[in-house]
Design a protein around this ligand. Structure first.
Ligand code: OGA
Ligand code: NI
Length: 369
């Protein structure tokens, strides 16, 4: 009679049966004859949150970053004004004329696709065991807190202050290094301008976050075509930790942001970066600027790839509201004080909802990036 208990042939020990650990959705998505969504991927969408993407009033602000570098003083102050509005009304904006070559972005998307195409056993070596491991790939956010399987595979690696990257496929780490550097340059210009938009000195965020040792992450996401996208989710609603995330994708839509209670589709302009505020800018501004809630939907047409680059404080920095935004009467601090590292670990432990925002009102789960 055939045994159903797996036999470890090297040690000849009988091991207990565990449900298979899911490390990647790609093989499932590519399996022939998959016509419906396996129930472990079912995500309950909130039906009150219909997108209103076609309303012209609801178009995401556009910031021409070249004017911050080489514009006249009038142009610069105009962009700072636009940034104040974009950050306080939206928490996000499209960045144009940023100087990162389109060919570099395309090369990163292509080489990440090649990474995803590596045999599953080869990717295993990058799985990582701990949330702070500098290179991690897999699916979902955090195996210990996830309640639903996500229709998304990811690869995350820290590229600053120390550069880490998978060493395969050929060319991956060179492209990732160049893109990270160029992306960081844009983030620095934007964060200076955001400091000014808050009425603070230009270098305020840089100093308060110890940005010269700040954590930069490349979070590459792979969303294969899904047989029943409306029943699945790529990434559930969350805000990113860190100060600012700059994101590109392969032109397939799926990203949405929450604006005035409704979901808005983010369709990136050609060669634009999508910039959004992270939790630590929210803390630093004592809630003047909010870490924008966003989610990624699945679709049944084509593979979507996105490369998100969150820029954060140094891991041992405690981010607290700037004194300019706090007084003990009408504007008390709204956030508890944690180092960035504690914050990330806390977030990934699933406890953050009730703890970090002293005035926490959002009823939705906030997940880690
Ligand atoms: C993320 C994220 C959105 C996207 O990686 O944190 O929100 O469009 N990604 O892939
Ligand atoms: Ni995100």
């Amino acid at each position: 009679m055939a045994s159903t208990i797996p036999l470890d042939t090297k040690t000849l020990k009988v091991s207990p049966v565990h449900p298979p650990k899911i490390t990647s959705v790609k093989p499932l998505a590519e399996s022939t004859g998959l016509s419906s969504l396996p129930s472990i991927y079912t995500f309950t969408h909130n039906l009150h949150d219909e997108p209103i993407s076609d309303d012209p009033e609801d178009s995401i602000p556009i910031i021409d970053v070249s004017l911050l570098v080489s514009g006249s003083p009038e142009e610069q102050s105009q962009v700072i004004y636009q940034l104040t509005k974009a950050c306080s009304d939206w928490g996000c904006f499209m960045v144009i004329n940023h100087g990162v070559p389109e060919s570099l972005t395309k090369a990163m998307i292509e080489v990440f696709q090649e990474f995803c195409n590596l045999p599953e056993e080869e990717k295993q070596e990058f799985h990582g065991n701990h949330v702070m491991d500098p290179i991690r790939c897999g699916t979902g956010f955090n195996p210990s807190t996830d309640k639903v399987n996500l229709w998304r595979d990811h690869l995350k690696f820290y590229t600053y202050p120390e550069f880490h990257s998978p060493n395969k496929p050929v060319g991956f780490s060179e492209i990732a290094l160049e893109l990270s550097k160029r992306n960081r340059e844009v983030a620095i210009v934007i964060l200076k301008a955001i400091s000014k938009s808050l009425g603070l000195e230009e270098s305020y965020i840089d100093k308060a976050s110890n940005f010269k040792l700040g954590l930069q992450i490349v979070a590459a996401n792979f969303y294969p075509a899904c047989p029943e996208p409306e029943r699945a989710i790529g990434i559930p609603p969350h805000s990113d930790h860190g100060l600012l995330t700059l994101l590109v994708d392969n032109g397939i839509s799926g990203l949405q942001i929450k604006h005035k209670g409704k979901w808005i589709n983010v369709n990136l302009l050609p060669n634009a970066l999508f910039a959004h505020i992270g939790d630590h800018l929210e803390i630093l501004s004592n809630g003047k600027y909010k870490g924008v809630l966003h989610q990624a939907l699945a679709n049944d047409k084509a593979t979507r790839i996105s490369i998100a680059m969150p820029h954060g404080p140094s891991l041992d920095t405690v981010i607290r509201p700037a004194p300019e935004f706090v007084d003990n009467e009408s504007h008390p601090p709204k956030y508890i004080e944690l180092t960035y590292k504690e914050y990330v670990e806390f977030l990934l432990s699933g406890k953050i909802c009730s703890k970090f925002r002293l005035d926490f009102e959002e009823s939705e789960a906030i997940y880690a990036s």
